[in-house]
Design a protein around this ligand. Structure first.
Ligand code: FE2
Length: 175
């Protein structure tokens, strides 16, 4: 059980944050957790830490592998901090080398409000995600009859993988 009052001092921004500020906030929130206790206690795979007028934050604690598929955040930027385990972030690149960022404990990642990306969480990955402004929806991307389609979904539901879109990128070299 997570006591949300612990995060009150972090969630006091009076304006929309940039990706780097979200990343710094995710790192500060991580300082309030004991990773060993999280791993021991388990709990829900995703927990809302705060939602204010200008930002919201989630703790993700995946016991199983998780592929978010390619998605956007409906106009919100994001900053991610990895508390434990491993994850992989990939921006959607058109016509170039794949842009995959390998993330381990202590690493951070950010994406702009206009970006489209995918995250793969390995089993046991524990991450904190700060979004600003608060999420309004998640746009999920997939290839349908050769066209790239966007499917809007609710912000509090996990986005599904993008198997067809991911397959088109699988043979491309990375950075
Ligand atoms: Fe995301």
């Amino acid at each position: 059980m997570i006591d949300r009052a612990r995060f009150e001092d972090l969630a006091t921004s009076v304006r929309v944050l940039c990706p780097e500020e979200c990343m710094a906030l995710a790192r500060s929130a991580a300082d309030l957790f004991d990773l060993a206790a999280l791993e021991r206690e388990g709990g829900d795979p995703y927990v809302l830490l705060w939602r204010t007028e200008h930002s919201e934050a989630w703790l993700n604690n995946w016991r199983d592998p998780r592929d978010t598929g390619f998605h956007d955040h409906g106009g919100s930027c994001v900053g991610v901090y990895v508390l434990g385990g491993r994850a992989r972030a990939e921006a959607l690149v058109i016509g170039g080398r794949r842009r995959v960022t390998e993330l381990g404990a202590g690493d951070s990642y950010a994406a702009p409000a206009t970006g489209i990306h995918r995250m793969e969480h390995e089993p046991g990955a524990v991450t904190i995600h700060v979004y600003s402004p608060p999420l309004s929806e998640i746009g999920h991307y997939e290839v349908v009859d050769g066209e790239l389609h966007r499917h809007p979904g609710p912000s509090d539901k996990v986005s599904p993988p993008s198997p067809a879109l991911s397959a088109t990128l699988a043979d491309r070299p990375g950075d």
